[in-house]
Design a protein. Structure first.
Lengths: 550, 294
């Protein structure tokens, strides 16, 4: 310990009331020195009615004198009694001052330091050098605090003493019971993973579907979480412990919210009401779409459209909508059953219910997605063709090897056909562009709604509830550093400071303990998105990171 | 070296700067600018030769006028599309025969373009035009008439400006495309898909095939070429005059100015030409490098 921290340590003398004289100390010291081999002892005395302490250093052979050290001393809690009033003393630099620093041992033992870039000693650069030395000593005795933890061996000499003996027995029992529980969970997960990896499920359509449906994705995330939780070993260090605790608390909160949702859904006939609302809502959406198409087929906003192409496109999309409505009406009797069974999935958690909702929205607006893809592909083809034919119009060609535009002498028939096509594409551009714009806007609305759902699911997945709760209820456990408060500053006595733990800020807590892997964020910047819209490329604005076990 | 104004008779001045001479650096002697040559190699234009060449420009102008005449007739309903189609076909066959007749033996060996390839091209043209004519007809329905006329005028002007007058046989991309674009715009105004088809075939004939024939004539029968130009000009003026007198007057004015006035101006302005050449010009290769190309 001494080698690691670099300061000299010795064992203090015990606390004694100033009733006895100095002579009794001698024998006391001699008795004590048979047990403890230290050379020097610090005697601390307090006079009745005064706040400050005076202290002296006594050598074993009582060659005292005021030595220049800094000292630390532990302070007990009121409820508990500790055997042995040991303390440590650190020596440095032979100053004249003694500074007492009190701290609460239990809090320091339970807290976890989160080192930030600037160390503790840096924030007192203008202070007088003795304070700086004191802080430096505090900082260099950090290993001492680290080693002072609750022990986990079979024979426990320290315990959760603040909560009483009963609570500590309960905690120990829970700890013992958690091991077989974890084993059971691990076995269940193994069975589930084996089922998922059956060959028949690896066929192409199922695999593709399961990667697109957000319910399946959410299921795989939760499986990963459970796998983290179900390892029978205890957490190796603080980060793992916090991670496990966060996952556990977030799963519990998720399931609780899901059960609440289920309770609301299944009482008072909410499900049949929802089912009865759904089909007319789909019909209403289809009617609105038909009206929109009729408007486009006329002269929308006074724009001049090519009538023939307009009619063709409009009729094509109308037929699509007609097909879709027939499909919805076909499914109408089964919707209530689907909703009833789908609502059961909320018992797995609110995030599952939200994912299921997102999937259902995607399925019900599939025709909008189809329209968008048709419109976008047509528009993209047109833009591509137009740009290429414009180059032909001017007598130039795109050189793929050099990635530049070169001049080219075309044949007569190439020129002829190229000009005809160019004319046709140019005059048909406003019509196609309008259809593309309308369907892109519709698709963006749906994508936004789905994006909100996904964001909330990711929020539930990754928000560190346990860490935030810990910060609010027991702030000393997540420490950013220490701060000192002056308890007593009388001249002639030692300076008496109280060391308190400086808790982390809430934003730092969230940032540090957030699960990093499961966020979904926009794929393109605004400029790239606008360019893609202009050219007609298909847009899938949300990108999802693949799951990786950290 | 001091500024020695008087030329040293003992040491003649040489036009070098790497030697120390008893003259200042900017000294020049009586042989200054003796290598200057004025107006070397300019061509002396003769009026009637220039007029003959300018006739080609006038001819192209008249071609455009003839095309517009056809369009005007079709729009008035005085010309049926079938008539136009059969006439075009006849002209194509005649022209093709003339073209083949004018091609000499040596040229036909170096250009292995078979009759079959020509037939194939013709088939492609006809099928595409016929297939697209219903689409082409509806293209400018929603565009106002003034816009259509303006676009056509701009495109025809672009065609005239970018026409490769020196070598019309491989047609210039921009000129041909502009002319076809203008013809599509105009043809879509006509009532009926067959009208569109006929108009487009006529445009193809006038703008794409006719210059090839002219090129052959210019190479192999220059006198007939001149006669043909004059004939076309007269036909253009006459055709336009049968529909709009103002148009005919404008066309004839334009023809006169292009064919007669502009050469006069060119020849007259040659007197003011003042080019200087000297040893500072870029080096030109005077050898015939074609012996290096196989």
């Amino acid at each position: 310990m001494q080698a690691q921290s670099g300061v000299e340590l010795t064992v203090l003398g015990s606390w004694s009331l100033p009733k006895e004289g100095q002579e009794g100390i001698e024998s006391f010291l001699r008795d004590l020195s048979t047990i403890f081999p230290q050379e020097r002892w610090l005697q601390i005395r307090r006079q009745m009615g005064k706040m400050g302490f005076t202290c002296e250093v006594l050598k074993r052979h009582q060659s005292g004198g005021a030595a220049q050290e800094k000292a630390k001393k532990k302070k007990k809690e009121e409820e508990e009694k500790e055997e042995g009033e040991d303390g440590e003393e650190e020596e440095e630099d032979e100053d004249e001052k003694v500074i007492f620093v009190h701290y609460e041992q239990r809090k320091v033992m339970l807290s976890q330091i989160h080192p930030i870039d600037s160390g503790e000693t840096d924030d007192k650069t203008g202070a007088p050098p003795e304070l700086k030395q004191m802080f430096q000593t505090v900082a260099s005795s950090q290993p001492l605090f680290f080693m002072d933890k609750y022990d986990d061996g079979p024979l426990k000499s320290t315990h959760w003493q603040s909560d009483g003996r009963e609570a500590s027995i309960l905690v120990e029992l829970l700890k013992q019971a958690s091991v077989p529980l974890c084993l059971l969970l691990g076995w269940l997960l193994g069975v589930w993973t084996w089922i998922c990896n059956i060959r028949v499920f690896s066929l192409f359509p199922l695999r593709f579907l399961s990667s697109k449906l957000s319910t399946c994705v959410q299921l795989s995330y939760r499986t990963e979480h459970m796998r983290t939780l179900s390892s029978p070993k205890a957490a190796a260090d603080h980060t793992h412990f916090m991670r496990k605790a966060n996952i556990l608390v977030s799963i519990l909160v998720d399931v609780a919210l899901g059960v609440l949702l289920m309770w609301w859904l299944y009482r008072d006939d909410h499900i049949p009401m929802l089912a009865n609302m759904l089909v007319p809502a789909a019909d209403h959406v289809a009617t609105k779409l038909e009206e929109l198409l009729q408007w486009l087929m006329g002269a929308p906003a006074g724009l001049k459209m090519n009538r023939a192409l307009d009619q063709v496109l409009g009729r094509f999309f109308l037929y699509h909508i007609h097909l879709w409505i027939s499909y919805i009406h076909l499914m109408a009797p089964f919707i209530e059953g689907i909703l009833w069974y789908g609502g059961l999935s909320a018992c797995l958690g609110l995030s599952f219910a939200l994912s299921l909702l997102s999937d259902m929205v995607a399925l019900f607006t599939f025709h909008i997605y189809c329209f968008y893809v048709y419109g976008a592909r047509l528009y993209c083809l047109k833009i591509y063709g137009l740009s290429s034919l414009w180059r032909l119009f001017r007598g130039k060609k795109w050189n793929v090897l050099r990635q530049r535009v070169d001049s080219c002498s075309y044949d007569l028939d190439q020129l002829f056909i190229g000009t005809l096509l160019f004319t046709i594409l140019l005059f048909l551009l406003p019509t196609t562009a309008l259809y593309y714009l309308v369907f892109t806007l519709l698709r963006m609305v749906v994508v936004l709604f789905q994006g909100v759902l996904h964001l909330s699911v990711d929020f539930i997945n990754s928000f560190p509830l346990f860490a935030v709760g810990l910060r609010v209820t027991r702030p000393y456990r997540l420490a950013e550093g220490v701060k000192f408060r002056v308890l007593c500053e009388e001249p002639g006595t030692a300076l008496h400071l109280l060391m308190e733990i400086n808790p982390l800020k809430c934003s730092t807590v969230v940032q540090t303990y957030r699960s990093p892997t499961y966020s979904c964020y926009p794929r393109d910047s605004w400029a790239a998105l606008v360019k893609k819209l202009f050219v007609g490329e298909l847009i899938y604005p949300w990108r999802r990171k693949t799951t990786k076990a950290d | 070296m001091g500024p020695d104004g008087a030329p040293g008779q003992a040491v003649p001045w040489r036009k070098v700067l790497w030697e120390r001479q008893p003259f200042p650096d900017n000294y020049v002697d009586h042989r200054f600018l003796e290598e200057l040559r004025r107006n070397e190699g300019i061509r002396q234009y003769r009026y009637w030769a220039v007029v003959k060449e300018a006739g080609f420009v006038g001819q192209q102008l008249s071609c455009v006028a003839i095309f517009i005449t056809f369009w005007l007739y079709m729009e008035e309903g005085l010309l049926t599309p079938e008539t136009l189609l059969w006439t075009s076909l006849l002209c194509v066959l005649l022209g093709y025969g003339l073209h083949q007749a004018l091609t000499s033996q040596t040229e036909s060996c170096s250009e292995p373009r078979t009759r079959l390839a020509d037939l194939q091209s013709a088939a492609i043209f006809l099928s595409f035009t016929f297939g697209f004519s219903p689409v082409l007809k509806t293209l400018t329905e929603s565009v106002s008439t003034d816009t259509v006329y303006a676009m056509s005028a701009v495109m025809l002007l672009a065609h005239l400006l970018s026409f490769p007058y020196s070598q019309p046989s491989p047609p210039g991309s921009l000129s041909l495309n502009a002319a076809l674009f203008a013809s599509v715009c105009l043809a879509s105004r006509l009532p009926g898909a067959l009208h569109t088809f006929a108009m487009l075939s006529c445009a193809l004939l006038v703008f794409a095939l006719w210059p090839c024939l002219l090129q052959r004539m210019r190479e192999n029968a220059p006198h007939q070429f001149t006669g043909m130009c004059v004939g076309v000009c007269i036909a253009g003026v006459g055709g336009l005059g049968s529909q709009t007198l103002g148009g005919a007057v404008l066309l004839s004015l334009a023809l006169v100015s292009v064919t007669l006035l502009c050469p006069l101006l060119l020849v007259w302005l040659q007197r003011h030409k003042d080019n200087i050449h000297g040893p500072w010009d870029e080096a030109e290769i005077h050898e015939d490098l074609s012996r290096f190309l196989h």
